[in-house]
Design a protein around this ligand. Structure first.
Ligand code: RUQ
Ligand code: CUA
Ligand code: CA
Length: 645
């Protein structure tokens, strides 16, 4: 199909024959044959792709993507790194990667997992080694105030070990990691946007976390064969203390998470309402659900002590199962049915709707939040009546973004497309107006898109300029580099009626979700404050070797091009803590500190302090040197560690 043919087909509603609800048999092919069919279809369409790829002249009004040397991007993008376990910062529209913030996994550049400070954040075993060294980040979101990002924090999840990390956006560092109790497969995450009760609190104070895998509660070896009793917990983490405030035990599982702008509701889409243990079981019913949590009621129940705990965890758990929540007047959770194995739940910027994509159904479901609240108030007899549209949009719908002009953009994994559709028109169509034209545009992307997000899409200030699409397969878009390909993140100009593909960006596998927001919402600091670090060596005169039996503290400062100690002496068997403060005050004047054969390397940014603890177990001379280029005499920037036998 050429791009022109495709454009001609845009004005008709999705073909009903082709876009039938997929039945279970067809879906068995999803994981194998279905996907390869999808990919070979991509291959055919590849020839047509350049026609849909805009030159700059053809691009909409969002502006050019190629910035001149020295030009700054106008948006920040926060990307999750996937199983690299990091958090990435990009500039948009250029797509340039600016920073990786290590969170869950060690990072050799920074010394994350090497320094005592980072190990404390990451968590250690009693012997001082890291508790975990693998991670799998999926979703990142930032703190809100008045319906917009306020630049305080971002959060990111680790699916493998059920951890949530917080990134301070003043210094772009991970400062806290919390492990959720009794949770496996921690997937969706979303901060709240204001308080449901105290209306003065118009900013984020909670972060909600969904658990994708159901497990025996507690998971300590009993009841492992009784799979029908497995449950999932939906968790609320305090945004400031990062402690888990409460959990809700639910039927089915949690996938993605969304929150309402009024603070009253959080929701998670559920693909396994069957509570199956094999994937065939997980897609045996035609409708799953989106579970809505009434935050004020849950917190009242917690306060009233209507809670239990599981295992060693002290976190109070309320009962959100279907059986316990059938009476709307007291229900904590409303289950709205959604077809089939839905993926993604996204809040529209006007605050009115949550949209779930069908994944195994070619539909998007629009749920009106005021009607969900009506059900909780006893004004609606069935929570499914909160569904105001359920329309066919294409095959394998996953995630949805918004332009602030009433349009939604949903990734179609199987169709390798983004579909732009109008929410109001979809509601009219669903209401019986068969002439309502809700599909506005379709664009081929390359290939198999998962996440999607538009500039400011997750705020009330969606500005409809840029749309980024995370394609899971790049196939032929880049030079081959062996069996594994780069992922392909594509940038689309959405400022006009038609979507215009403007750039491909190869990214290291494998990013998942991302958010894009205006650069002036962030004011990062470029030099630390010495007071942030209790161990800071504030003056070179404080440096030296301080011995207390076998425990030795070495205090050093750095100022380009030298360390305050030109040499220091240790004895074999010493337990050494080395503290280094970088007294340079110039931004970007970072020093490194490496100790050969001792597996030590870390950096200190301007006015930062970091420490390492190690055992002096090898006699000899070890030239500690600066690993971060800092000065014309960078190579000469050394300190001689002498370990006496
Ligand atoms: S999920 S491709 Cu982990 Cu973000 Cu949807
Ligand atoms: Cu200090 Cu290089
Ligand atoms: Ca299912």
């Amino acid at each position: 199909m050429t791009q022109d043919d495709k454009t001609k087909t845009l004005d008709i509603q999705p073909d009903q024959g082709r876009r039938k609800f997929l039945n279970t048999a067809a879906l068995v092919g999803l994981s194998g044959a279905g996907l390869s069919v999808g990919l070979s279809a991509c291959k055919k369409e590849e020839a047509a792709a350049p026609a849909g790829t805009a030159t700059h002249a053809a691009a909409g009004s969002a502006g050019g993507v190629h910035l001149k040397p020295g030009e700054l991007d106008t948006y920040y993008g926060f990307w999750s790194g996937g199983h690299t376990g990091d958090f990435r910062v990009l500039g948009l529209p250029s797509g340039r990667e600016l920073l990786r913030v290590p969170c869950f996994t060690p990072d050799a550049l920074v010394g994350w997992g090497i320094t005592n400070e980072s190990k404390k954040v990451m968590g250690t075993k009693p012997d001082g080694s890291l508790k975990y060294t693998v991670g799998d980040t999926h979703h990142t979101h930032a703190s809100y105030k008045d319906g917009n990002y306020d630049g305080r924090y971002a959060w990111i999840n680790d699916k493998i070990n059920s951890r949530i990390a917080r990134i301070r956006l003043d210094y772009f560092v991970c400062d806290k990691i919390t492990e959720l109790p009794n949770v496996q497969g921690f997937h969706g995450i979303f901060p709240d946007k204001r308080d449901p009760v105290d209306r003065k609190i118009n900013y984020t104070t909670r972060v909600f976390c969904g658990s994708e895998f159901s497990i025996p509660l507690p998971n300590s070896g009993a009841g492992m064969e009784d799979t029908k009793k497995y449950r999932s917990l939906f968790s609320c983490v305090d945004a400031e203390t990062m402690e888990v405030r409460w959990q809700v035990m639910i039927d089915g599982n949690c996938d993605l998470v969304a929150t309402s702008y009024d603070g009253k509701l959080a929701a998670t889409n559920q693909y396994n309402t069957e509570m199956g243990v094999h994937y065939e079981d997980m897609m045996s019913v035609e409708r799953d659900a989106c579970a809505f949590f009434n935050i004020a009621r849950i917190e009242a129940a917690v306060k009233a002590g209507k809670t239990r705990t599981f295992g060693d965890s002290k976190v109070p758990v309320v009962d959100g199962t279907r059986a316990a929540n059938s009476d709307p007047k007291t229900a904590l959770v409303a289950y709205v049915s959604v077809p089939k194995n839905p993926h993604g739940v996204n809040a529209s910027p006007d605050g009115k709707y949550f949209i779930c994509a069908g994944k195994l159904s070619p539909t998007a479901t629009v749920i009106e939040l005021s009607k969900v609240l009506d059900w909780f108030d006893g004004k609606l007899d069935n929570p499914d009546k909160a569904i105001v549209a359920e329309v066919e949009i294409g095959l394998g719908p996953l995630h949805t973004a918004f332009d602030g002009r009433g349009n939604a953009y949903t990734t179609l994994f199987l169709d390798s497309q983004v579909v732009k559709w109008n929410v109001d028109a979809a509601i009219k169509f669903h209401g019986g107006d068969s002439k309502a034209q809700y599909v506005v545009d379709r664009l081929d992307v390359h290939y198999q898109p998962g996440h999607i997000n538009a500039s400011q899409s997750e705020t009330q200030f969606a500005d409809g300029k840029w749309l980024a699409v995370g394609c899971k397969f790049s196939k032929d878009r880049y030079l081959p580099v062996g069996p594994m390909h780069a992922e392909n993140e594509q940038l689309i100009d959405i400022s006009g009626d038609k979507m215009v593909l403007v750039a491909d960006h190869p990214v290291r596998p494998e990013p998942h979700d991302f958010i894009i927001f205006k650069r002036d919402l962030l004011r990062p600091k470029q030099v630390y404050s010495l007071d942030e670090f209790p161990l800071a060596v504030k003056d070179p005169k404080e440096s030296g070797v301080f011995r207390n039996g076998k425990k030795v503290t070495v205090k050093i400062t750095s100022q380009a091009p030298s360390f305050s100690l030109r040499e220091f002496k240790l004895k074999v068997g010493d337990e050494v803590t080395l503290i280094l403060t970088n007294l340079d005050k110039v931004e970007d004047l970072t020093h490194g500190f490496a100790i050969p054969k001792y597996n030590v390397n870390f950096i200190v940014n301007p006015q930062e302090t970091a420490s390492v603890t190690f055992k002096a177990d090898k006699p000899g001379v070890f030239w500690c040197y600066c690993t971060h280029f800092c000065h014309a005499l960078h190579l000469e920037m050394r300190s001689r560690m002498i370990v006496e036998a």
